[in-house]
Design a binder for this molecule. Structure first.
Ligand code: WTA
Length: 545
């Protein structure tokens, strides 16, 4: 990172006069006395087709109400306040309201179930949670084991609605220091429970710059980022950066559906569309004729993130939309896009593009030495950069494990070609990306083992044409338990109910024994190699199998 570069860029975001910086102030409050005041910040469409609009001023007032409710309930700077909400306007206003108080916002994807909630709320020692009546049912079984969680607001209850009506719409946003923590997101690695990746307010600087450069956002755009704020893309590119740039943002409350999506683009005249490979492949599978039924001529710029974007999908989008999807690469930990196909870069279909001008990236071996052109190695980034995670919540050891030989190690394997384009190869660890959603195998294994019929389980990501990967579980049953199709279904439901609706194994195979190291660790790599018909590789640490 070049320091004077970022010093200059600081003029583009809004500091308080005393040098403090709050990412929510920067995203919306700063527009209060500008021409953006009455411009639409959020165009929101419910699943039933009703659309509502919030100007920047509306959003300022609504988030102020959330901030006042929090302060009145005793929240102070540094407290953790979580959102467990579907994509409704309250999620967006609530997130900003939390930041305004100086508290640290956390979001929980709405498909999570009791155990996923418990792990995250327990580890973060969250004090307040916003949820809905329907979702609160999943919290109920674990609520009593969360002593720090003193307040749960049910946003669709009459009680909360009247709180909101009565709350003041003015609030003086807390002057946080640029390095104060703004939000945290739990994310999965190979082992153990999910880790809280913590971001500072100052990350907004790089988030703003990257949205401007990579997503090509301009004043008169109507921008649609399809990601959910339960994941990092939904926070960074549908709240913090887009609004920092004063861009009208569209959010769809409903589920993915090809016809609905095309008609939303047509109806709201979407100009910039940031989506994900699984959605693009699903659209592709519905065929070209469907696209032709809609007037999608408003589309000006398309981008994609979250999993490898296959060359066929880029070629298809050129054919049917007249423009390619621009692939972008980043991670929860990186806080903003680091490698991308920027508008000016000639796209090589299937490549993630090149590092942004402010990023040094390379492909190295395990000793940190560059592997050379077109060779596979670890994708690494030169630290620090302004939006880099600041810590892993109460886990310094984990935080430090990301860094070695003066590099930040992404955990991805990649290649760099002769012209400096980066090509994704795969993960270096066992992290699963299913439909672009990051899932840790350990959490799924734990959920399976909690079923009375299961002795142990090994979980992998299995290649899938549509979803990138699907979750596959190898399950060892207790003696006497019958390996039936009904039991497979029961196990799927069990994981959905206890862990998360999106993180259940779509495929289950019963086996007698799992491959393990001599110290008893499950070797998922071997399960994966066998599944994909690949050579099993070095098994010297393997116990007899
Ligand atoms: C994967 C999402 C291939 C990668 C913003 C990374 C990608 C992980 C791409 C982070 C891409 C993200 N091509 N793989 N363009 N973008 N990934 O934390 O494995 O949910 O490490 O952040 O997604 O996932 P996360």
């Amino acid at each position: 990172m070049n320091n004077s570069f970022w010093e200059d860029k600081k003029q583009e975001v809004a500091f308080f006069e005393d040098g403090s910086f709050n990412a929510a102030y920067n995203a919306i409050d700063k527009h209060e006395h500008t021409n953006n005041r009455n411009k639409n910040a959020l165009i929101y469409e419910y699943e039933d087709g009703t659309a509502v609009q919030y100007t920047f001023l509306d959003l300022i007032k609504l988030s102020n109400k959330f901030a006042n409710i929090l302060v009145n309930s005793g929240v102070v700077a540094g407290d953790r306040v979580f959102l467990f909400l579907p994509r409704i306007p309250e999620l967006y206003a609530g997130f900003l309201g939390i930041l305004k108080t100086g508290a640290i916002a956390g979001s929980l994807f709405s498909a999570f179930a009791e155990n996923a909630l418990k792990d995250r709320l327990e580890n973060s020692q969250a004090k307040v949670l916003f949820t809905t009546l329907a979702l609160s049912k999943r919290l109920a079984p674990v609520r009593s084991s969360l002593p720090n969680l003193t307040t749960v607001f049910i946003v669709d209850s009459d009680e909360f609605k009247s709180l909101l009506t009565n709350a003041s719409e003015s609030f003086s946003t807390v002057h946080t220091s640029p390095e104060d923590y703004a939000f945290m997101l739990y994310t999965s690695g190979t082992t153990g429970k999910p880790k809280g990746i913590v971001h500072a307010h100052m990350a907004a600087l790089q988030q703003h710059e990257s949205a401007k450069l990579v997503l090509d956002l301009k004043d008169n755009d109507v921008y649609w980022c399809t990601a959910d704020p339960g994941w990092v893309t939904g926070i960074v590119y549908s709240i913090l950066s887009n609004w920092s740039l004063g861009v009208t943002t569209f959010v769809h409350g409903g589920r993915f559906d090809p016809e609905a999506w095309y008609s939303l683009i047509q109806k709201h005249k979407i100009t910039v569309w940031y989506s994900a490979p699984t959605a693009i492949r699903m659209l592709m599978s519905k065929g070209d004729e469907l696209v032709k039924k809609y007037d999608l001529s408003s589309l000006r710029y398309l981008a994609s993130v979250g999993e490898p974007l296959n060359p066929e999908a880029v070629a298809w989008s050129r054919k049917v939309f007249g423009k390619p999807f621009h692939d972008t690469w980043w991670q929860t930990e990186s806080g903003s896009i680091l490698i991308a196909n920027t508008p000016d870069l000639e796209i090589r279909d299937g490549s993630m593009g090149k590092p942004l001008p402010w990023i040094t990236a390379d492909v190295v071996d395990d000793n940190g030495k560059p592997v050379g052109e077109n060779q596979e190695g670890n994708l690494v980034i030169k630290p620090p950069w302004p939006s880099m995670m600041r810590t892993v919540w109460q886990n310094e050891e984990k935080y430090h494990s990301y860094f070695a030989n003066d590099w930040y190690i992404s955990g991805d394997r990649a290649k760099k070609d002769n012209d400096g384009y980066f090509w994704f190869v795969g993960r270096a660890d066992d992290v699963i990306k299913t439909s672009g959603e990051r899932v840790g195998p350990f959490e799924v294994e734990s959920a399976l083992i909690s079923h009375p019929g299961v002795v142990e389980a090994g979980v992998i990501g299995k290649k899938d044409e549509l979803r990138g990967e699907i979750i596959k579980a190898f399950v060892v049953l207790k003696t006497g338990v019958s390996p039936t199709e009904e039991l497979k279904e029961e196990l799927k439901q069990h994981v959905k109910k206890h862990l998360a609706g999106h993180a259940y194994p779509r495929e289950i195979e019963f086996i007698d024994k799992l491959p393990k190291t001599r110290s008893g660790k499950i070797m998922r790599r071997i399960l994966k190699a066998k599944e994909e018909g690949q050579p099993i590789g070095d098994t010297s640490t393997l116990e007899e199998y």
